[in-house]
Design a protein around this ligand. Structure first.
Ligand SMILES: [Zn+2]
Length: 201
């Protein structure tokens, strides 16, 4: 097949995205080629602006337009409760329920021996620092109910076992085994928060 440089460049970049294989990358590149020029420019600009204007909150790791996110800066949040999640997108799902009033801690992933992700790759040290510095009374574990999420949850429970006065709870299994937090509807997430299981404290 003939090598078409700019088409190949675009396919190569799309292929680097999670869940995008070469066939899908090619379909996306073709789709963009058929787009109106202004639509394609808007798409490109949104990627540039995302990188330039959005950052990760220095405190919790969630996405933010400023150094610190709105949740961390808010005076109306309960600072004694911390909800630990895998990714920033999980914060958005829980926030959507408007049912959780504490703060968050984003790990930046989950422990996954198969993918080569070790505890040292995740933000456990800042989790411990935040719990101690801010006298957190309850930690809610909201990792996903899949194998790696459960491994991460057990790691957290063991890691924090010695912190006195800290209650550790975990989202109830309102979220079906194997399905991800990002796909949970508001009601399921609310129920999972309300019926959380106590592991410590
Ligand atoms: Zn924050």
């Amino acid at each position: 097949m003939q090598h078409i440089k700019y088409f190949e460049n675009c396919i190569s970049e799309f292929s680097k995205l999670p869940g995008i294989g070469r066939k899908t990358a090619m379909r996306l590149a073709l789709h963009i080629l058929k787009m109106k020029p202004e639509s394609a420019k808007r798409l490109a600009l949104s990627v540039v602006e995302l990188k330039e204007k959005i950052k990760f909150c220095v405190e919790c790791g969630s996405i933010s337009e400023d150094d610190m996110c709105g949740v961390c800066l808010s005076n109306s949040r309960d600072r004694s409760v911390l909800c630990v999640v895998e990714e920033a997108k999980d914060v958005l799902v829980i926030e959507q329920t408007a049912h959780f009033h504490g703060l968050y801690h984003v790990l930046g992933g989950k422990i996954s021996p198969l993918d080569g992700i070790a505890p040292s790759d995740l933000s456990f040290s800042s989790l411990i620092r935040r719990i101690k510095e801010h006298n957190v009374e309850e930690l809610i574990i909201a990792t996903n109910p899949d194998a790696d999420g459960e491994t991460t949850a057990i790691y957290i429970i063991r890691l924090l076992a010695d912190i006195t006065g800290l209650k550790i709870t975990k989202l109830a299994s309102g979220i079906p085994i194997g399905s991800l937090i990002e796909y949970a509807d508001d009601f399921t997430m609310m129920r999972a928060l309300e019926n959380r299981n106590i592991f410590k404290g």
